[in-house]
Design a protein around this ligand. Structure first.
Ligand SMILES: NC(=O)C1=CN([C@@H]2O[C@H](COP(=O)(O)OP(=O)(O)OC[C@H]3O[C@@H](n4cnc5c(N)ncnc54)[C@H](O)[C@@H]3O)[C@@H](O)[C@H]2O)C=CC1
Ligand SMILES: O=C(O)C(=O)COP(=O)(O)O
Length: 427
């Protein structure tokens, strides 16, 4: 990738001091300003090439549009839902995160909430502080032998599974991307959500918040659960619908909830927080010294590497930003667009197809990953001759699975019609 000039960075939240130190050691001026209002941030951001945030800074389109020089938004953590990534992309700003730095901490807090729900530790501690000695009120249940449903089997879901298995829990789960044969190797049996809901004693969610995960647990899914199911959300507020959760707690369909995250943070509506069967934290999943040190260090090193043109690690929107590519890479973008054009015409064709032939020319063509393309198209074999012609052959006439094409987004899917594809491939 091409080097990118970053001279001044604003850190707008409490990020580990190692972040500032690494950036400064690499010649970048750093200003730390916390608790800025939106207007303060809009006024301030003009002067910076880079912004480093955690989850509290709302980097909205207004903020992005006010930022004349901004080239990088670094998220010292995982979720980038507080950043308007589309607005940043339109302005050519790279958005980068550090997705593995806080995995263990978030998994440990999830397990803490699961165990606190089983033994009412927070409520018992509060009762002791109030001067009581109540041994009947806090009767619990063992985790041993219970079924934990894990929705979202990515980094955190996996770590939660192994930890709760050590307590003798049976772990089942659902993830539309992580293959069942992979999760089986970590002891998680996958099944559909319809099959999962009625089996679970506990459910924990570990997905990003997006349209397909908003309200995953709602009135309908709670009704399908075992009466008294306990739920944990250490991912994002809204994956468990908050109103539905309150109704389920009141009807006792839900026996307890452990919540680290809320739709609105801090939550103005305190009904859930005040419910006796809810244990809650003020978004503490990543709040450990270790996680903060990793995320602070990772984001600083990633930015420094980017400035030096060494690598672009953790960028969530780089594939659509021409600024991040060397002139040589533009050829690959063209090739991506050409393949996208071919795929697009396959998806829109009314006729199933049995063979795709992509004709390429030139010395770079052998790097075209036909195995990957073949897999996306669910074709069984491919024939490839460097610099000449590539045939992807399916045993049966097939339709291109449009779901799989999401992996080719967005540059590749900006196809421009199959007729232009051969010309674009030819360089
Ligand atoms: N409370 C806190 O302080 C923290 C919260 N988080 C949040 O935890 C969540 C998970 O983080 P990671 O495990 O690192 O992410 P990840 O990207 O490794 O895993 C997310 C998984 O969700 C799956 N998924 C997507 N749509 C789904 C659906 N409809 N149903 C089921 N699964 C689906 C994905 O295939 C993926 O495997 C994120 O929302 C992140 O922001 C992360 C760190 C700290
Ligand atoms: O990394 C994430 O997704 C988190 O939710 C952690 O947020 P934080 O960095 O603690 O504001």
């Amino acid at each position: 990738m091409a080097p990118i000039s970053i001279k001044r960075i604003l850190i707008s939240e409490s990020v580990d001091p190692c972040c500032k130190k690494i950036l400064q050691e690499n010649g970048i001026q750093v200003t730390e300003k916390q608790n800025m209002s939106k207007d303060d941030l809009i006024a301030e951001i003009k002067d910076y090439d880079g912004l480093v945030v955690r989850s509290a800074t709302k980097v909205t389109a207004d903020v992005i549009n006010a930022a004349g020089n901004l080239k990088i938004i670094g998220r010292a953590g995982t979720g980038v839902d507080n950043v308007d990534v589309d607005a940043a992309t339109i302005k050519g700003i790279i958005v980068m995160n550090t997705p593995s730095g806080n995995t263990i901490s978030a998994a440990e807090l999830t397990c803490t909430l699961l165990m606190s729900l089983s033994r009412h530790v927070p409520q018992a501690a509060m009762s002791m502080k109030a001067g009581n000695w109540d041994r009947k009120k806090f009767m619990g249940a063992e985790m041993y032998g219970k079924i934990l449903g894990i929705v979202g089997l990515g980094r955190i879901g996996k770590e939660v599974a192994s930890r709760m298995q050590s307590f003798g829990m049976k772990t089942i789960g659902y993830d539309p991307i992580t293959p069942p044969e992979v999760t089986a190797t970590w002891g998680v049996e996958q099944m559909s959500l319809e099959q999962l809901w009625p089996k679970c004693d506990y459910i924990t969610v570990h997905t990003p918040l997006m349209p397909s995960t908003a309200g995953l647990l709602n009135d309908t899914s709670f009704a399908k659960c075992k009466k008294g199911v306990k739920v944990v959300n250490c991912a994002r507020g809204g994956i468990i619908d908050e109103d539905a959760l309150l109704r389920a707690l009141e009807s006792r369909q839900c026996g307890g909830a452990g919540l680290d995250v809320f739709v609105e943070e801090p939550p103005k509506n305190r009904a859930l927080v005040n419910h006796p069967n809810v244990i809650s934290c003020p978004h503490l999943g990543a709040s450990t010294k270790e996680a903060q040190a990793r995320c602070g260090q990772d984001i600083a090193l990633q930015i420094v590497d980017m400035v030096m043109g060494k690598s672009l690690v953790g960028a969530v929107n780089a594939q659509v930003l021409a600024s991040t590519f060397t002139p040589e890479s533009h050829q690959w973008i063209k090739l991506g667009e050409a393949i996208g054009a071919a795929l697009k015409s396959c998806t829109t064709s009314k006729q199933p197809f049995s063979q795709v032939q992509i004709i390429t020319q030139g010395k770079h063509c052998k790097a075209l990953d036909c195995g990957d393309l073949c897999q996306r198209l669910q074709l069984q074999s491919y024939w490839f001759s460097p610099g000449r012609s590539t045939s992807l052959v399916g045993a049966e006439p097939q339709r291109v699975p449009t779901a799989g094409l999401s992996h080719w987004q967005p540059a590749v899917l900006q196809g421009r019609g199959v007729s232009s594809a051969p010309a674009l491939c030819d360089w």
